[in-house]
Design a protein. Structure first.
Length: 150
């Protein structure tokens, strides 16, 4: 047990996320006029296509209303297309437009390069173990969320 919050995993993870987000936000906005939430939403739609708002919210642990606002911005920019989901009049399927795919392809190499630079201090085995451990934590958090947080 510790009496210093800086020793906690959640605190260190939050610091790491803030540092990463600060650098990524600045680069995305300056170069593409895009905010980080738009990039992440565009990316999740790209890899889970077709995607629903509920899936986006679940993937990113976000509120559906927040995701809906971000998706609206992406639709307004012409980067995402919305189509009614078959058999569900309340749900929409989201996919990238050709322009959205081009934006994704333009940004992805920079994001990969930034991630590589951040992990450069780790050897390949450490990277693998870190990513595996983080996935286990995410899976556990998802299971908790599905079970009502208990």
């Amino acid at each position: 047990m510790t009496d210093d919050i800086r020793d906690l995993f959640s605190y260190r993870l939050a610091r790491l996320a803030r540092a990463n987000d600060r650098d990524a936000q600045s680069s995305l906005f300056n170069r593409y006029g895009m905010v980080l939430s738009e990039w992440r939403t565009l990316s999740v739609i790209r890899v889970t296509r077709p995607c629903t708002l509920r899936r986006l919210a679940t993937e990113d642990f976000l509120d559906e209303g927040q995701v809906s606002r971000t998706v609206k911005m992406l639709v307004d920019r012409g980067w995402v297309a919305r189509e009614p989901a078959p058999g569900d009049g309340r749900s929409f399927l989201l996919t990238l437009t050709a322009e959205g795919e081009a934006v994704y392809q333009a940004i992805l190499p920079e994001v990969v390069e930034a991630n590589e630079a951040m992990l450069d201090c780790l050897d390949p085995d450490e990277r693998l173990h870190l990513m595996d451990a983080l996935q286990k934590v995410l899976d556990a958090l998802r299971a908790l969320a599905r079970n009502g947080g208990s």
